[in-house]
Design a protein around this ligand. Structure first.
Ligand SMILES: [Zn+2]
Length: 182
């Protein structure tokens, strides 16, 4: 299962990035695709069959986490509503404290789709108090919103890629400045 910080960061980032806002492609757009993704990530032992309600909750959780990553990037987003969504998903998965070799960790009950969703909530809960978490951000470009890990020394990266989103922003503010100058 997912335990160390880095695989948790990857899990959370990859989960948010299952939806590509620019292309509109959602790799978990159906319960079956969600089941495949959970399986590929090692979140379930056997292939599960998420219900429509579980699928809907999984997508809501994904967007709630994206909002938290936007907040990490200084973007206005409803962090409180996002937190409530995470809490509800954690409750539905019966997240509780388990001890593995004396080390406490959050784990869901059972092994279905709810539990897989719970494992993602647990990853966020374990990451949130760490410095690493603040580096996990949602891209500031409103047409992008990709989740990325900011490796910069002063944690100042705003865009997933300077070449694409950063330049797009520079071009936009350039146009705006010149529009005002007229
Ligand atoms: Zn971007």
């Amino acid at each position: 299962m997912v335990t160390d910080l880095h695989s948790q960061l990857d899990l959370v980032r990859d989960y948010v990035n299952t939806f590509d806002l620019e292309t509109g492609i959602d790799t978990i757009s159906s319960p079956d695709e969600l089941a495949t993704w959970f399986s590929e990530q090692g979140l379930v032992d056997d292939l599960v069959e998420p219900t429509d309600a579980e699928h809907t909750d999984a997508l809501a959780l994904r967007e709630a986490i994206r909002d938290l990553l936007l907040v990490n990037n200084g973007v206005q987003a409803d962090g409180d509503a996002a937190s409530r969504t995470l809490e509800a998903a954690g409750r539905a998965a019966h997240l509780g404290v388990r001890f593995e070799n004396g080390r406490p960790l959050l784990a869901p009950e059972g092994d279905g789709a709810r539990a897989a969703i719970g494992r993602i909530v647990a990853a966020v809960a374990e990451l949130a108090p760490t410095d690493e978490w603040k580096r996990l951000k949602g891209c500031r470009d409103e047409n992008c919103r990709v989740a990325f890990y900011d490796k910069s020394r002063n944690r100042s990266r705003a865009w997933c890629s300077m070449e694409v989103c950063g330049n797009r922003e520079k071009a936009r503010s350039f146009r705006q400045r010149h529009a005002h100058a007229r």
